[in-house]
Design a binder for this molecule. Structure first.
Ligand code: NAD
Length: 445
């Protein structure tokens, strides 16, 4: 265990004591006036680990986290848990493939008994707060899957738990790590588009598998009827208002705009999808931000078409857009001539040369690495509990607005100090170089 520890370099006195300790003489020679016991206690407080001992809760989506954390130098996956035997078996296969010694256990309690430093909460969105709070109170740092919470009240309880325990909480919003957003932020910071008045994000996904079989397999109600199955139960998303799944779209836009939402008006589309009868076919929310811009977000999980995300930024002097299926970005900068049209820039989910095999174009791996390093370095999380609330609470309140026929709803500021600036870009540096730009050529008919 001690081999995994080293003192933080920014505490010179701790480094000095550490040197004494490693020579076998814990004599606080470099710190006058304190006794050995105090020195050892201070030393314990001041050392950090080279490797974060991670436990993973939930092995559906959590299997991707398992795979990614297993590849990291700065993490040691000591355990993974799921109640479902089939999911444990898949995880064990992966662990065996890479020759790791990760323990696979059935219950969250079993995982906490292994005393991980950090827990990845990959249970479903209706259980995430309850599990995050248990992990925090067990002394663990938490990386939580999105949406992070299901109700406003849950977020208030989560905030209290983070403040009470002093542990790191990070929302695992992987889309923020998509490479093109670094360029969006750079170009806005360079004032290439003038003041940004409007932004737009869309998440389009067809997810009709709203039932689960006892082994965790998803099926649609149509399939369940055809197979005469009476053992299929609705999954947590069966009745989730789609706009509450907006963090993939709103989150990165808030970082790019360096902003937060202050009010929302939202409407629901009809409820016509027969495989998802408990939720609207889609919802469109209009948010006003603290800096006075408008952000439009559409989420549909019921419309049958290829899945995609779309992001558009509208400045008064230019703009930029990125659509999943085009896999490149269109830009129109200040002083560009309209007759010359858009520029196309080859930027995408990951930068050239990065590992793109690790989920969502490599973003999932970056997220895992950043979380582990953040905790090891004792730095604030790039998406801390306050920012997590700013990503997800607007969706919860958007649905409330939709239930009221679109009435505007204020979005409270749940920070202890008013929001000033995004800190996300402190850990994700903006690019120095410009990607090559080419004139947009519309496809030939
Ligand atoms: N960021 C992304 O790109 C992305 C992608 C997919 C899913 N997700 C999110 O990840 C979350 C999980 O998604 P999923 O599809 O894997 O959900 P899921 O319900 O299929 O899986 C959750 C697993 O947690 C296990 N579990 C729950 N409580 C447990 C307990 N106390 N002890 C042991 N095991 C327990 C369940 O058995 C289940 O297998 C969702 O919130 C989803 O929105 C995010």
């Amino acid at each position: 265990m001690i081999g995994n520890l080293r003192p933080q370099g920014r505490r010179p006195w701790a480094v000095a004591i550490w040197g004494d300790a490693m020579r076998g003489t814990v004599v606080p020679s470099s710190v006058s006036g304190i006794d050995v016991r105090t020195a050892v206690r201070l030393l314990k407080d001041e050392v950090i680990m080279d490797q974060l001992r991670v436990g993973i809760l939930g092995l559906g989506r959590g299997l991707t986290h398992l795979r990614n954390f297993l590849t990291l130098d700065n993490a040691d996956v000591i355990g993974a848990c799921d109640r479902l035997p089939l999911r444990r078996e898949r995880a064990q296969n992966r662990i065996d493939e890479v020759g790791a010694s990760t323990r696979v256990v059935p219950e969250f309690d079993d995982l906490l008994d292994l005393r991980p430093d950090a827990v990845v909460v990959a249970s479903n969105g209706k259980l995430q707060v309850q599990h995050a709070i248990r992990a925090l109170e067990a002394g663990c740092h938490v990386l939580s899957e999105v949406p992070g919470a299901y109700t406003e009240e849950e977020f208030v309880r989560l905030r209290a738990a983070v403040e009470r325990t002093g542990k790191t909480y990070m929302l695992g919003e992987n889309t923020c790590y998509w490479d093109f957003f670094r360029y969006f932020r750079k170009w806005i910071a360079e004032d290439r588009f003038g003041p940004i008045s409007i932004a737009e994000g869309e998440y389009i996904h067809s997810l009709p598998g709203t039932l689960s079989l006892p082994d965790g397999t998803r099926i649609t109600p149509t399939q369940a009827r055809a197979q005469g199955r009476a053992d299929a139960t609705p999954i947590w998303r069966a009745d989730q208002p789609p706009i509450q799944y907006l963090t993939h779209d709103l989150g990165p836009l808030l970082e790019v705009l360096d902003d937060r939402c202050v009010s929302v008006s939202c409407r629901s589309a009809p409820w016509r999808c027969q495989d998802a009868p408990l939720r609207s076919d889609g919802q469109i929310a209009l948010f006003e931000t603290a800096r006075g811009a408008l952000i439009k977000i559409m989420v549909t999980l019921n419309t049958h078409r290829p899945a995609e995300h779309r992001y558009r930024i509208f400045g008064v002097a230019g703009g930029v857009e990125w659509f999943s299926y085009e896999k490149s970005c269109r830009r129109f900068s200040r002083h560009s001539e309209e007759r010359r049209g858009w520029e196309i820039l080859p930027i995408g989910l990951a930068a050239g040369g990065e590992d793109t095999s690790a989920g969502h174009g490599g973003a999932d791996l970056k997220l895992a690495r950043h979380f582990a390093q953040t905790v090891l370095d004792g730095n604030p999380a790039p998406i801390d509990v306050y920012r997590a609330i700013e990503y997800a609470l607007p969706g919860i309140l958007a649905n409330r607005s939709a239930e009221l026929g679109g009435a505007p709803i204020s979005i409270p500021d749940l920070r202890r100090q008013p929001f000033e600036h995004s800190s996300f870009w402190n850990t994700v540096p903006l690019p120095d170089a410009e990607p090559p730009a080419a004139p947009y050529q519309p496809p030939r008919p």
